[in-house]
Each structure stands twice: as C-alpha cells, then as structure tokens.
Design a protein. Sequence first.
Length: 362
Amino acid sequence: MGFAPFLAKAGSTRSKASPVTKPLLAALAGETHAVPPIWLMRQAGRYLPEYRELRAKAPSFLDFCYTPAMAAEVTLQPIRRFGFDGAILFSDILVVPDALGQVVSFEKGAGPQLEPIEEPAHLSRLRDFDAEKLAPVYETIDRVKSALPAETSFIGFCGAPWTVASYMIAGHGTPDQAPARLFALRHPQAFAQLIDILVDASAAYLLRQIAAGVEAVQIFDSWAGVLPVNEFENWVLGPLERLIAKIRAMRPDIPIIAFVRGAGSQFPAVTRRLSGANAFGLDTAMDAAFAASVTPAGKALQGNLDPLALIVGGDALKRETDRVLSALRVRPHIFNLGHGILPETPIAHVEQLLSIVRNQKV
C-alpha cells in the first residue's frame, strides 16, 4: 500500500531501554499522580493536516478503517506529533453492525448510512457476529503495538449497545435518538433482543482487540443522555453491566473505561452499577468536583475539558484546564476532553494544552 515508511518512522522512536511504567495504565490501576496522563478523544482526526492528506487517498471512510496500513498510520500520527500518553485505535463503532451483516456505508457530507431496522421482523436480516470480518482491525492493532513508544498505552474501544442500536434502527445519526426510543417503546422484546445481540458481539469484539494487543478498552455510550431514568436503567446500565462482566470473565486484568455521556444525575448509579470498570469518562457538562465526590476510591476519572475551550485557546484554555486539574487532583485522573476534539481545533492550542498539563506547578 505504500505506507511502510510511515510505520518505520514511528517504530524508530520506540525506547530501547527496559520497560517503563506507563502513566495511563498506572492511573487506571488507581495511582494518583501530580501530573496526570493525557490523551484526547478523536485525537486522530481532521484537525491534523497529515490525517486529511491520508484520508483523501481512501475511497470511503469504511475503506479507510479497513486498510490496516492507513488505520495504523493515523493512530500513530498524534502520538508522533504530540507524545500523548495513550494511543486509541483508529476505527469506528459501526464496524460491529457491519460484522453483524447490516449494510453500512459512509456518505460524504451525510455521515453513516445503514439499512434501518424499522420493525421486529428486520432483526432476521442480522447474522451471527462475524469476528473474522474485522480481521483488518486486529491487523491494525498488531501494526500499532510494535510501533508505539514504550511509555505509551494502547486503547481499544467499541460503542455501547444503546448507542450502536440507535444507529442500527434509525439508519443514520439523529439528534434525539427518537427512532430507537420509539422502537423500544413499541417493541420492547425485540429491542431487548437487539441489545442482547450487541452485548455479545461487543464483548467478542473487545476480547479480540485485547488478544491482538490493546492494553485497555473504552466503551462509548455517546447517546445515553437522551433517556429517562427507567430507560437509562434498561438500555444503558443493564447492558453495560453485562458487557463489562463478559470481558471481566475472560480478561480480569484488562483496564476498562466506561464513558457514559450525559449521565448527569445518574452518574452515581453509573459508578455503582458499573463497578467492574476501572475508570469513568466525564462529559463536558459533568461537574468534575461532584463526580470526584461520588466515585468510589481507587477508581479513575477521565476528562473533562470543554472541546470549545481547546478551540479558543489562550487564557480561556488555561483557566478551564486549571479548573479540571484542580477538581480532580486528589484522585486517579486521566486528562481528556469531555467529548471529541473538533475539526477546527488549532494544532497550537493542543500544544498549549499539553504544556499546561505537563508543566503545571504542583
């Protein structure tokens, strides 16, 4: 594919010394450090010119995700440029529906497009989860793990059952996930069946990522915040609890980060019910001090700088970064955004953020 030079360059930075303690894994193990490890959600993305250059060479976004040389290169780009403490696998949450036999594509300017599940009978279109269809993802992991600096942790991920189901039912992204909510209200048994399918498939997928070489995994429930309390229990907490238990049963050693965006007042229930997780991601709207006060001792918190503050930079970025650092200083903390980095983010502001976090007076 012509990307060997990129990977060789990344591999040349690997430490030749004896293994070092990885700051991000240490935080996930419950260690508190004055200077927290840092990585950013969507750190491999359109704000980087090198990403845009490579993306232009792929026929589609799904092709981009399924071409290991490309996916490995963009996973490594932000590590090479910024030296983050964690590299997150470059892929997409919708590869799971693809491996379940649902038709998935990405249309330019329109986002993901799936053949919608509009009635219970449409569940018959799905097949058993085909883990081998995602072999390119595992090859990407193999390429990245051998090229990372010795101190950099490698994070795998998947979408949570509720969030993935919302795309599978609507056939595209929606602002309020109404199609999935309506389906769940009209057809609760069929929706529960879909959630169970996704719990099993997601567990199998994460376990294959772990076997391939990732050192921690994050589960993204990006649309949990739209649900009322009873539906939050049924479609967020219960499925995530089962998913984490399946991973724990096979790999009790692997660190798990649960990112339940929009949990709000349900955050204490998240930390209580998802006790198998090592860390909890905080979204932008979460009061970090409140989260710190209700999270059990020894559990790490991850977050939660506003991505807009990163766009603005300067004094606003310094002020908001210091606020997060102050609120979470007393416990295991992984510095991150409250959601993904935005495409218009200036590279200089990412550099400023790293300087603030790593050079703070403690």
